[in-house]
Design a protein around this ligand. Structure first.
Ligand SMILES: O=c1[nH]cnc2c1ncn2[C@H]1C[C@H](O)[C@@H](CO)O1
Ligand SMILES: [Zn+2]
Length: 377
């Protein structure tokens, strides 16, 4: 048995370099931080004051089988992220937590319009988060975990501020913001409501992803790609509805699924989140297994670490346990994600060749030679 035939250990999964494209800043707070920020800011609506109980509350409340109910839990995180100090703290902790989990590159998203309830301007929100990200990168490096983080600015699809947020993302381009997104309830809020924002970004040669094909199916994916011109799909998991597997195992792709695969459209898959919102019934039945086999540009993501009680290592561990994935598979997902990032091509390539591939090669060689550090002794 070689490392290419054996599922990796939890320790190897933790240390494997990982890339995360779909993670919400307001979905990844430490429970203890929510409690402390609520006390500092006089937020008195938390459902629990003890961090463990609060963490359990978020996971259970988000586990409803409905995206709309899942989204209700964000009132409590957004509720305590209304000052520059709170935003910078949450952003710095996010980066340190991701880095400690072995994430080497991440794009973290949030909706600036949700953080202005106590008087901050959109610019102040973006600058506070950026400052927190830079501080988190510095602290993580000092802890021995190097990571690079870019922000994605999200507009809420039920609101009407998408163009304004797209313009904001464009203004902060090269200043920490690498792209744009829309999120929120999908059914009843098609992405074409925000065409002006997407057309603006295309004219500016900027990048965006769209949450599509999570709670609603193919029409949402089709609009996101063919009307709006999304570079990536947030989730996109319902593309499975356009794939037929016959009893003899033969597979037929519909026109849209074929387009997604042929054009190498990145799918930001979030397995645990999908189980909670009812988009998939179990890890074993999650479309990621088939999409990986068919060679779609599939990536693995956390979506909301707090609401899903997850991390990149946990997502990988579930997949390894379910599909017997090896280090080769984890490298494949990671390289897919790095290829799909919104930073410049030469920087993506350098991350792949200088960080990701050597990182996986080192783990394989450790496996072959027995134990950590034994390669040269
Ligand atoms: O999985 C999701 N689908 C749609 N919207 C989502 C998801 N996770 C988080 N959001 C929303 C709630 C957050 O407040 C917002 C910005 O991060 O994005
Ligand atoms: Zn999401």
């Amino acid at each position: 048995m070689t490392p290419s035939q054996t599922p990796p250990s939890p320790e190897h999964i933790l240390r494997a370099p990982k890339v995360l494209l779909h993670d919400h800043l307001d979905g990844g707070l430490r429970p203890a931080t929510v409690v402390e920020l609520a006390a500092e800011q006089g937020y008195d609506r938390l459902p629990a004051d003890d961090p463990d109980a609060l963490g359990a509350w978020f996971r259970e409340a988000a586990d409803s089988g409905s995206l709309e109910r899942y989204l209700e839990t964000f009132a409590h995180t957004v509720g305590v992220m209304q000052t520059e100090e709170a935003l910078a703290r949450v952003a710095a902790e996010c980066v340190r937590d991701l880095a400690a989990d072995g994430v080497v590159y991440a794009e973290v998203r949030y909706a600036p319009e949700q953080h202005v309830a106590r008087g901050l301007s959109l610019e102040q929100v973006v600058e506070a988060v950026n400052a927190g990200f830079r501080e988190g990168e510095r602290l993580a490096a000092a802890e021995g975990n190097r990571i690079r983080v870019g922000a994605l600015l999200t507009a809420m699809r039920h609101a009407a501020r998408a163009l304004e947020i797209a313009e904001l993302a464009n203004r902060y381009r090269d200043l920490g913001v690498v792209g744009f997104d829309i999120a929120g309830a999908e059914a009843g809020f098609p992405p074409t409501r925000h065409l002006d924002a997407f057309e603006f970004l295309k004219r500016e040669n900027n990048h965006f992803t769209i949450h599509a094909g999570e709670a609603f199916g193919l029409p949402s994916i089709w609009q996101a790609l063919q009307w709006c011109g999304a570079d990536r799909l947030g989730h996109g998991v319902r593309i499975i509805d356009d794939i037929k597997v016959a009893d003899d195992g033969s597979v037929t792709l519909g026109r849209l699924a074929a387009y997604v695969r042929d054009k190498r459209i990145p799918l930001e898959l979030c397995p645990t989140s999908n189980l909670q919102t009812g988009a998939a019934a179990s890890y074993a039945e999650h479309p990621i297994g088939l999409l990986r086999r068919l060679g779609f540009r599939a990536t693995v993501n956390t979506d909301n670490r707090l609401m899903s009680g997850t991390s990149m290592s946990r997502e990988f561990t579930h997949l390894v346990g379910t599909f017997r994935y090896t280090l080769d598979d984890l490298q494949w997902f990671t390289v897919n994600a790095m290829k799909s990032a919104f930073i410049p091509f030469d920087e993506r390539l350098a991350m792949i060749n200088e960080v990701i591939k050597p990182g996986y090669a080192a783990l394989r060689s450790e496996w072959l030679f027995g134990q950590r550090g034994s390669v040269r002794s």
